[in-house]
Ligand binder design. Sequence first.
Ligand code: ATP
Ligand code: MG
Length: 361
Amino acid sequence: MAASRTLRIGLIPGDGIGREVIPAGRRILEALPSSLGLKFSFVDLEAGFDTFKQTGVALPDRTVETLKKECDGALFGAVSSPVTATKGYSSPIVALRKKLDLFANVRPVKSVAPSAAYPDPIDLVTVRENTEDLYVKEERSYDTPDGPVAEAIKRISHKASTRIATIAGEIAARRARVRQGLGDTSKQAMVTVTHKSNVLPQTDGLFRSASFAALAAQRFQDAGVKVEEQIIDSMLYKLVLQPAYYDVIVAPNLYGDLLSDTAAALVSSLGLVPSANVGDGIVIGEPCHGSAPDIAGKGISNPIATLRSVALMLDFLDLEEAASKIYAAVDANLADGKLLTPDMGGKAKTDEVVEDVIRRL
Ligand code: ATP
Ligand code: MG
Protein backbone atom coordinates (compact mmCIF):
# COMPACT_ATOMS: atom_id res chain seq x y z
CA MET A 1 0.00 0.00 0.00
CA ALA A 2 1.21 3.48 -0.86
CA ALA A 3 2.30 5.77 1.98
CA SER A 4 -0.64 7.79 3.23
CA ARG A 5 -0.84 11.35 1.97
CA THR A 6 -3.36 14.01 3.03
CA LEU A 7 -4.34 16.75 0.62
CA ARG A 8 -6.26 19.89 1.37
CA ILE A 9 -8.73 20.82 -1.34
CA GLY A 10 -10.55 24.15 -1.64
CA LEU A 11 -14.12 23.94 -2.96
CA ILE A 12 -15.40 27.02 -4.77
CA PRO A 13 -18.82 26.19 -6.23
CA GLY A 14 -19.58 29.71 -7.49
CA ASP A 15 -22.98 30.21 -9.14
CA GLY A 16 -25.71 28.23 -10.91
CA ILE A 17 -24.84 24.62 -11.66
CA GLY A 18 -21.44 25.15 -10.00
CA ARG A 19 -23.39 24.45 -6.79
CA GLU A 20 -24.48 21.07 -8.21
CA VAL A 21 -21.28 19.84 -9.84
CA ILE A 22 -18.68 20.79 -7.22
CA PRO A 23 -20.31 18.53 -4.56
CA ALA A 24 -20.03 15.77 -7.19
CA GLY A 25 -16.29 16.48 -7.38
CA ARG A 26 -15.98 16.13 -3.64
CA ARG A 27 -17.91 12.85 -3.66
CA ILE A 28 -15.61 11.26 -6.22
CA LEU A 29 -12.52 12.18 -4.17
CA GLU A 30 -14.11 10.69 -1.06
CA ALA A 31 -14.98 7.53 -2.97
CA LEU A 32 -11.43 6.79 -4.17
CA PRO A 33 -10.29 3.35 -3.01
CA SER A 34 -8.48 3.45 0.33
CA SER A 35 -5.70 1.28 -1.17
CA LEU A 36 -4.42 4.46 -2.85
CA GLY A 37 -3.46 5.79 0.57
CA LEU A 38 -4.98 9.22 -0.06
CA LYS A 39 -6.92 11.35 2.37
CA PHE A 40 -8.61 14.61 1.56
CA SER A 41 -9.66 17.47 3.77
CA PHE A 42 -11.95 20.10 2.30
CA VAL A 43 -12.48 23.79 2.83
CA ASP A 44 -15.55 25.58 1.44
CA LEU A 45 -14.74 28.88 -0.22
CA GLU A 46 -16.88 31.61 -1.72
CA ALA A 47 -16.60 33.50 -5.00
CA GLY A 48 -18.94 34.55 -7.79
CA PHE A 49 -21.84 36.77 -8.68
CA ASP A 50 -24.05 35.54 -5.82
CA THR A 51 -21.20 36.31 -3.42
CA PHE A 52 -20.88 39.75 -5.01
CA LYS A 53 -24.59 40.44 -4.59
CA GLN A 54 -24.46 39.41 -0.93
CA THR A 55 -21.19 41.04 0.11
CA GLY A 56 -20.19 43.50 -2.61
CA VAL A 57 -17.03 41.47 -3.31
CA ALA A 58 -16.79 38.80 -6.03
CA LEU A 59 -13.55 37.25 -4.81
CA PRO A 60 -13.17 37.55 -1.01
CA ASP A 61 -9.61 37.83 0.35
CA ARG A 62 -10.26 34.79 2.53
CA THR A 63 -10.72 32.67 -0.59
CA VAL A 64 -7.42 33.83 -2.09
CA GLU A 65 -5.48 33.56 1.18
CA THR A 66 -6.84 30.11 2.01
CA LEU A 67 -5.95 28.82 -1.43
CA LYS A 68 -2.46 30.30 -1.16
CA LYS A 69 -1.66 29.18 2.35
CA GLU A 70 -3.58 25.96 2.90
CA CYS A 71 -4.54 24.23 -0.30
CA ASP A 72 -2.77 21.73 -2.52
CA GLY A 73 -5.56 21.90 -5.04
CA ALA A 74 -9.02 23.32 -5.57
CA LEU A 75 -12.16 22.87 -7.60
CA PHE A 76 -13.86 25.87 -9.13
CA GLY A 77 -17.44 25.49 -10.39
CA ALA A 78 -18.65 28.34 -12.55
CA VAL A 79 -19.56 31.96 -12.13
CA SER A 80 -22.28 33.76 -14.00
CA SER A 81 -21.44 37.05 -15.59
CA PRO A 82 -24.24 39.60 -15.75
CA VAL A 83 -25.19 40.40 -19.35
CA THR A 84 -24.79 44.13 -18.77
CA ALA A 85 -21.67 45.40 -17.04
CA THR A 86 -22.27 45.65 -13.29
CA LYS A 87 -20.34 48.31 -11.44
CA GLY A 88 -17.62 46.80 -9.27
CA TYR A 89 -18.04 43.26 -10.60
CA SER A 90 -15.40 41.44 -12.58
CA SER A 91 -14.86 37.74 -13.11
CA PRO A 92 -13.37 36.12 -10.00
CA ILE A 93 -11.69 33.31 -11.95
CA VAL A 94 -9.80 35.82 -14.08
CA ALA A 95 -8.73 37.62 -10.88
CA LEU A 96 -7.77 34.32 -9.28
CA ARG A 97 -5.59 33.38 -12.25
CA LYS A 98 -3.73 36.66 -11.73
CA LYS A 99 -3.47 36.56 -7.96
CA LEU A 100 -2.23 32.97 -7.82
CA ASP A 101 -0.18 33.25 -11.02
CA LEU A 102 -2.03 30.34 -12.60
CA PHE A 103 0.02 30.53 -15.76
CA ALA A 104 -1.33 27.54 -17.68
CA ASN A 105 -4.84 26.67 -18.74
CA VAL A 106 -4.98 23.02 -19.69
CA ARG A 107 -7.96 21.44 -21.47
CA PRO A 108 -8.10 17.81 -22.48
CA VAL A 109 -10.70 17.02 -25.11
CA LYS A 110 -11.75 13.44 -25.76
CA SER A 111 -14.49 12.04 -27.99
CA VAL A 112 -17.09 9.73 -26.51
CA ALA A 113 -17.69 7.59 -29.61
CA PRO A 114 -16.85 7.74 -33.31
CA SER A 115 -19.09 10.11 -35.25
CA ALA A 116 -19.70 10.45 -38.98
CA ALA A 117 -17.60 13.62 -39.02
CA TYR A 118 -14.85 12.15 -36.83
CA PRO A 119 -14.57 8.38 -37.17
CA ASP A 120 -11.17 8.30 -35.43
CA PRO A 121 -10.97 8.91 -31.68
CA ILE A 122 -10.19 12.48 -30.64
CA ASP A 123 -7.91 12.69 -27.62
CA LEU A 124 -5.94 15.89 -27.36
CA VAL A 125 -4.97 18.60 -24.88
CA THR A 126 -4.74 22.32 -25.45
CA VAL A 127 -2.26 24.18 -23.26
CA ARG A 128 -2.85 27.91 -23.20
CA GLU A 129 -0.48 30.50 -21.76
CA ASN A 130 -2.56 32.49 -19.34
CA THR A 131 -0.67 35.56 -18.16
CA GLU A 132 0.39 37.66 -21.11
CA ASP A 133 0.01 38.21 -24.87
CA LEU A 134 -2.81 40.59 -25.90
CA TYR A 135 -4.60 39.86 -22.62
CA VAL A 136 -2.28 42.09 -20.60
CA LYS A 137 -5.09 44.53 -21.39
CA GLU A 138 -2.85 47.51 -22.10
CA GLU A 139 -4.94 49.40 -24.59
CA ARG A 140 -5.01 53.01 -25.59
CA SER A 141 -6.87 55.11 -28.09
CA TYR A 142 -6.31 58.51 -29.57
CA ASP A 143 -7.70 60.81 -32.20
CA THR A 144 -6.10 61.43 -35.56
CA PRO A 145 -7.20 63.59 -38.50
CA ASP A 146 -8.62 60.38 -40.01
CA GLY A 147 -10.64 59.53 -36.90
CA PRO A 148 -10.00 57.57 -33.72
CA VAL A 149 -7.35 54.87 -33.51
CA ALA A 150 -7.03 52.21 -30.82
CA GLU A 151 -4.13 49.90 -30.09
CA ALA A 152 -3.26 47.10 -27.69
CA ILE A 153 0.02 45.68 -26.45
CA LYS A 154 0.87 42.07 -27.26
CA ARG A 155 3.51 41.08 -24.71
CA ILE A 156 5.41 37.81 -24.99
CA SER A 157 8.25 36.90 -22.63
CA HIS A 158 10.92 34.25 -22.80
CA LYS A 159 10.11 33.25 -19.22
CA ALA A 160 6.38 32.70 -19.70
CA SER A 161 6.88 30.99 -23.07
CA THR A 162 9.48 28.65 -21.58
CA ARG A 163 7.32 27.62 -18.66
CA ILE A 164 4.21 27.01 -20.77
CA ALA A 165 6.16 24.92 -23.31
CA THR A 166 7.76 22.98 -20.46
CA ILE A 167 4.41 22.10 -18.95
CA ALA A 168 3.15 21.06 -22.41
CA GLY A 169 6.17 18.75 -22.71
CA GLU A 170 5.46 17.29 -19.29
CA ILE A 171 1.83 16.65 -20.18
CA ALA A 172 2.84 14.91 -23.44
CA ALA A 173 5.38 12.76 -21.56
CA ARG A 174 2.82 11.83 -18.88
CA ARG A 175 0.20 10.94 -21.47
CA ALA A 176 2.73 8.78 -23.32
CA ARG A 177 3.56 6.99 -20.06
CA VAL A 178 -0.12 6.35 -19.30
CA ARG A 179 -0.73 5.01 -22.85
CA GLN A 180 2.32 2.79 -22.56
CA GLY A 181 0.99 1.39 -19.28
CA LEU A 182 -2.23 0.49 -21.09
CA GLY A 183 -0.33 -1.07 -24.01
CA ASP A 184 -1.83 1.57 -26.29
CA THR A 185 0.44 2.37 -29.26
CA SER A 186 -2.15 4.26 -31.28
CA LYS A 187 -0.69 7.70 -30.78
CA GLN A 188 2.64 9.46 -31.29
CA ALA A 189 3.57 11.57 -28.23
CA MET A 190 3.79 15.06 -29.64
CA VAL A 191 3.67 18.76 -28.83
CA THR A 192 2.49 21.08 -31.58
CA VAL A 193 3.74 24.64 -31.04
CA THR A 194 1.35 27.10 -32.60
CA HIS A 195 2.06 30.73 -33.43
CA LYS A 196 2.12 33.25 -36.26
CA SER A 197 5.82 34.08 -36.40
CA ASN A 198 5.71 34.55 -40.16
CA VAL A 199 3.75 37.76 -39.55
CA LEU A 200 4.94 38.59 -36.02
CA PRO A 201 8.60 37.56 -35.97
CA GLN A 202 9.39 39.35 -32.69
CA THR A 203 6.51 38.40 -30.40
CA ASP A 204 5.41 35.08 -31.86
CA GLY A 205 8.99 34.52 -32.97
CA LEU A 206 10.04 34.64 -29.32
CA PHE A 207 7.23 32.30 -28.30
CA ARG A 208 8.35 29.91 -31.02
CA SER A 209 12.07 29.93 -30.22
CA ALA A 210 11.59 29.73 -26.44
CA SER A 211 9.13 26.85 -26.88
CA PHE A 212 11.45 24.88 -29.13
CA ALA A 213 14.37 25.43 -26.76
CA ALA A 214 12.34 24.23 -23.76
CA LEU A 215 10.96 21.21 -25.60
CA ALA A 216 14.43 20.14 -26.73
CA ALA A 217 15.18 19.01 -23.15
CA GLN A 218 16.64 15.52 -22.92
CA ARG A 219 13.82 14.26 -20.66
CA PHE A 220 11.24 15.00 -23.36
CA GLN A 221 13.37 13.29 -26.00
CA ASP A 222 13.74 10.28 -23.70
CA ALA A 223 9.95 10.17 -23.35
CA GLY A 224 9.64 10.05 -27.15
CA VAL A 225 7.90 13.44 -27.40
CA LYS A 226 8.04 14.71 -30.97
CA VAL A 227 7.90 18.50 -31.43
CA GLU A 228 6.35 20.19 -34.41
CA GLU A 229 4.89 23.58 -35.25
CA GLN A 230 1.82 24.89 -36.97
CA ILE A 231 0.82 28.43 -37.91
CA ILE A 232 -2.35 29.26 -35.97
CA ASP A 233 -4.70 29.69 -38.94
CA SER A 234 -3.78 26.35 -40.50
CA MET A 235 -3.76 24.89 -36.98
CA LEU A 236 -7.46 25.66 -36.60
CA TYR A 237 -8.15 24.39 -40.11
CA LYS A 238 -6.39 21.08 -39.46
CA LEU A 239 -7.85 20.77 -35.98
CA VAL A 240 -11.34 20.81 -37.44
CA LEU A 241 -10.44 18.51 -40.34
CA GLN A 242 -8.30 15.91 -38.55
CA PRO A 243 -8.40 16.35 -34.77
CA ALA A 244 -7.41 12.71 -34.19
CA TYR A 245 -3.88 13.54 -35.34
CA TYR A 246 -3.11 15.89 -32.42
CA ASP A 247 -1.81 15.11 -28.96
CA VAL A 248 -0.75 18.27 -27.06
CA ILE A 249 -1.06 21.74 -28.58
CA VAL A 250 0.63 24.71 -26.91
CA ALA A 251 -0.20 28.32 -27.70
CA PRO A 252 0.12 31.88 -26.46
CA ASN A 253 -2.92 33.32 -24.70
CA LEU A 254 -5.13 34.61 -27.54
CA TYR A 255 -4.60 31.71 -29.95
CA GLY A 256 -4.98 29.33 -27.03
CA ASP A 257 -8.31 30.89 -26.15
CA LEU A 258 -9.63 30.29 -29.69
CA LEU A 259 -8.08 26.84 -29.94
CA SER A 260 -9.41 25.54 -26.65
CA ASP A 261 -13.00 26.53 -27.41
CA THR A 262 -12.77 25.14 -30.94
CA ALA A 263 -11.38 21.87 -29.62
CA ALA A 264 -14.17 21.63 -27.03
CA ALA A 265 -16.76 22.00 -29.79
CA LEU A 266 -15.43 18.85 -31.49
CA VAL A 267 -16.87 16.64 -28.75
CA SER A 268 -20.61 17.13 -28.17
CA SER A 269 -21.59 18.56 -24.79
CA LEU A 270 -19.87 21.32 -22.86
CA GLY A 271 -20.75 19.19 -19.87
CA LEU A 272 -17.89 16.80 -20.74
CA VAL A 273 -14.88 19.09 -21.03
CA PRO A 274 -12.62 19.66 -18.01
CA SER A 275 -9.80 22.13 -17.46
CA ALA A 276 -7.03 22.85 -15.02
CA ASN A 277 -5.52 26.20 -14.08
CA VAL A 278 -1.96 25.42 -13.12
CA GLY A 279 0.43 27.57 -11.10
CA ASP A 280 3.51 26.97 -8.98
CA GLY A 281 2.28 25.10 -5.93
CA ILE A 282 -1.43 24.95 -6.73
CA VAL A 283 -3.75 23.54 -9.36
CA ILE A 284 -7.41 24.46 -9.75
CA GLY A 285 -9.70 22.10 -11.62
CA GLU A 286 -12.55 23.83 -13.41
CA PRO A 287 -15.23 22.45 -15.75
CA CYS A 288 -15.24 24.40 -19.02
CA HIS A 289 -18.93 25.16 -18.98
CA GLY A 290 -20.51 28.22 -17.39
CA SER A 291 -23.17 28.49 -14.71
CA ALA A 292 -25.92 27.32 -17.13
CA PRO A 293 -28.76 29.33 -15.57
CA ASP A 294 -31.24 27.61 -17.93
CA ILE A 295 -30.86 24.28 -16.10
CA ALA A 296 -29.62 25.39 -12.65
CA GLY A 297 -31.52 23.93 -9.70
CA LYS A 298 -33.05 21.06 -11.68
CA GLY A 299 -30.49 18.45 -10.67
CA ILE A 300 -29.78 17.50 -14.29
CA SER A 301 -26.42 19.16 -14.93
CA ASN A 302 -23.78 16.87 -16.36
CA PRO A 303 -21.13 16.24 -13.68
CA ILE A 304 -18.59 14.66 -16.05
CA ALA A 305 -16.65 17.85 -16.85
CA THR A 306 -16.16 18.29 -13.10
CA LEU A 307 -15.25 14.65 -12.44
CA ARG A 308 -12.65 14.87 -15.20
CA SER A 309 -11.43 18.17 -13.74
CA VAL A 310 -10.88 16.35 -10.46
CA ALA A 311 -8.80 13.73 -12.28
CA LEU A 312 -6.84 16.43 -14.07
CA MET A 313 -6.15 18.17 -10.76
CA LEU A 314 -4.84 14.86 -9.39
CA ASP A 315 -2.61 14.47 -12.47
CA PHE A 316 -0.89 17.75 -11.64
CA LEU A 317 -0.53 16.70 -8.01
CA ASP A 318 1.41 13.67 -9.32
CA LEU A 319 -1.37 11.30 -8.33
CA GLU A 320 -1.53 9.58 -11.67
CA GLU A 321 -2.98 6.32 -10.42
CA ALA A 322 -5.92 8.00 -8.68
CA ALA A 323 -6.47 10.18 -11.76
CA SER A 324 -6.45 7.17 -14.09
CA LYS A 325 -9.10 5.43 -12.01
CA ILE A 326 -11.46 8.40 -12.34
CA TYR A 327 -10.83 8.80 -16.08
CA ALA A 328 -11.47 5.10 -16.62
CA ALA A 329 -14.67 5.10 -14.52
CA VAL A 330 -16.00 8.12 -16.44
CA ASP A 331 -15.12 6.54 -19.79
CA ALA A 332 -16.89 3.34 -18.75
CA ASN A 333 -20.03 5.30 -17.78
CA LEU A 334 -20.02 7.05 -21.17
CA ALA A 335 -19.29 3.88 -23.14
CA ASP A 336 -22.12 2.07 -21.38
CA GLY A 337 -24.42 4.97 -22.25
CA LYS A 338 -27.27 3.94 -19.94
CA LEU A 339 -26.95 6.66 -17.31
CA LEU A 340 -26.48 9.95 -19.11
CA THR A 341 -27.80 13.43 -18.35
CA PRO A 342 -30.24 15.13 -20.76
CA ASP A 343 -27.50 17.16 -22.54
CA MET A 344 -26.17 13.75 -23.71
CA GLY A 345 -29.60 12.52 -24.76
CA GLY A 346 -30.23 10.62 -21.52
CA LYS A 347 -32.67 10.94 -18.65
CA ALA A 348 -30.39 10.57 -15.62
CA LYS A 349 -30.00 13.07 -12.82
CA THR A 350 -26.62 14.48 -11.81
CA ASP A 351 -26.52 12.25 -8.72
CA GLU A 352 -27.31 9.09 -10.66
CA VAL A 353 -24.37 9.71 -13.00
CA VAL A 354 -22.06 10.36 -10.04
CA GLU A 355 -23.23 7.15 -8.33
CA ASP A 356 -22.68 5.16 -11.53
CA VAL A 357 -19.14 6.52 -11.91
CA ILE A 358 -18.40 5.76 -8.24
CA ARG A 359 -19.61 2.16 -8.72
CA ARG A 360 -17.11 1.83 -11.56
CA LEU A 361 -14.13 3.25 -9.68
P1 ATP B 1 -22.50 31.63 -18.28
O1 ATP B 1 -22.81 33.05 -18.51
O2 ATP B 1 -22.30 31.29 -16.84
O3 ATP B 1 -21.41 31.07 -19.16
P2 ATP B 1 -24.34 30.44 -20.15
O4 ATP B 1 -25.78 30.79 -20.26
O5 ATP B 1 -23.38 30.88 -21.18
O6 ATP B 1 -23.82 30.82 -18.68
P3 ATP B 1 -23.12 27.87 -20.22
O7 ATP B 1 -22.90 27.27 -18.90
O8 ATP B 1 -21.97 28.46 -20.92
O9 ATP B 1 -24.33 28.87 -20.07
O10 ATP B 1 -23.84 26.75 -21.09
C1 ATP B 1 -24.23 26.87 -22.43
C2 ATP B 1 -25.28 25.80 -22.71
O11 ATP B 1 -24.76 24.50 -22.44
C3 ATP B 1 -26.53 25.95 -21.83
O12 ATP B 1 -27.69 25.66 -22.56
C4 ATP B 1 -26.33 24.93 -20.74
O13 ATP B 1 -27.53 24.43 -20.22
C5 ATP B 1 -25.53 23.84 -21.43
N1 ATP B 1 -24.61 23.25 -20.44
C6 ATP B 1 -23.46 23.79 -19.96
N2 ATP B 1 -22.91 23.03 -19.03
C7 ATP B 1 -23.70 21.96 -18.88
C8 ATP B 1 -23.67 20.80 -18.03
N3 ATP B 1 -22.69 20.59 -17.14
N4 ATP B 1 -24.66 19.92 -18.14
C9 ATP B 1 -25.66 20.11 -19.02
N5 ATP B 1 -25.77 21.16 -19.84
C10 ATP B 1 -24.80 22.09 -19.78
MG1 MG C 1 -21.18 30.54 -21.31
